[in-house]
Design a protein around this ligand. Structure first.
Ligand code: HXC
Length: 260
């Protein structure tokens, strides 16, 4: 997975965890067309590899991503954006089966905040800053900010952020429920690795089912979500890993999941 063709990201894999580091330091990891393409291609490659059980997406110390690339967008017309949407491939990122952990230090603004919200877990360094400042540029969020932020932090807090463009620091983001956990900046990657390796040690099909069920909670009614959860829960009993997991509990030993 160390693909040297990438120009805007760095990738590697270790202990069943795939790592993608956004790497445009000169632009605070602004999401230009090329970076988006590489990010989604790399994430899909990890997702297609059954040897990978979790994906970690990081930026730099200063910025997870400072948003879509304003310089690239500035001269685009309506028809340019409509016919050749530079963010179209983010749909694929949202449909990954593998859990994705965003490890956020510094700025996660605009498309950067939206990218973090497309991940399943958001670990934040104490230096993290979140926001949807698009309104200051004469646009609105375009890759999920007006939809995922209210679901994550509630309608009224999301409205204040989107309409004023103000940013919030890690502690406010954690209180609001946007952040899974805050860790000291120096420990961010180590903690993301721990979380990724913990997930990657579970049964892969069961992890996929758990992620899909959690996603359904965001996207369906309670009744539909409960019905699909029940179906997925019941299906787990068709797997050897259910037998192994429960036998290991009974025998007081660590389960050796076959499908991982
Ligand atoms: C392009 C960017 C950028 C961006 C920073 N840079 N953010 N380039 N697009 N989103 C560039 C700067 O121009 C500068 O390059 C370099 O990165 C360092 O940034 P500075 O501004 O000098 O750093 P600093 O003073 O520390 O300020 C950091 C910052 C600020 C507060 C994060 O850069 C900022 O406000 N950035 C824009 C944030 C934003 O509005 N994001 C939303 C984008 S719209 P040069 O070469 O000039 O020195 C969006 C829409 C998503 O995301 C929806 C799409 C469908």
């Amino acid at each position: 997975h160390e693909n040297t063709e990438y120009r805007n990201i760095l990738t590697r894999a270790e202990n069943r965890v795939g790592y993608i580091a956004l790497n445009r330091p000169e632009a605070l990891n602004a999401l230009n067309r090329a970076l988006v393409g590489e990010l989604v291609t790399a994430a899909r490659a990890f997702d297609d590899d059954p040897g990978i059980g979790a994906i970690v997406v990081t930026g730099s110390e200063k910025a997870f991503a400072a948003g879509a690339d304003i310089k690239e967008m500035a001269d685009q017309s309506y028809v340019d954006m409509f016919l050749d949407d530079p963010f179209a491939r983010f749909g694929e990122f949202g449909r990954l089966r593998t859990p994705v952990i965003a490890a956020v230090a510094g700025y996660a603004l605009g498309g950067g905040c939206e990218l973090a919200m497309m991940c399943d877990i958001i670990l934040a360094a104490d230096t993290a800053v979140f926001g949807q400042p698009e309104i200051n540029l004469g646009v609105i969020p375009g890759i999920g900010g007006t939809q995922r932020l209210p679901r994550a932090i509630g309608a009224y807090k999301a409205a204040e952020l989107v309409l004023t463009g103000r940013t919030m620091a890690a502690d406010e983001a954690e209180r609001a429920g946007l952040v899974s956990r805050i860790v000291p900046a120096a420990e961010l990657l180590a903690e993301a690795t721990r979380v990724g390796e913990t997930i990657a040690a579970k049964s892969l099909p069961v992890v996929y089912a758990a992620k899909a069920a959690l996603r359904a909670a965001q996207e369906t009614t309670l009744a539909q979500g409960l019905a699909s959860e029940k179906q997925a829960f019941t299906s787990a009993f068709a797997l050897e890993d259910q037998t192994e997991g429960m036998a290991a509990f009974r025998d007081k030993r660590t389960p050796q999941f076959r499908h991982r």
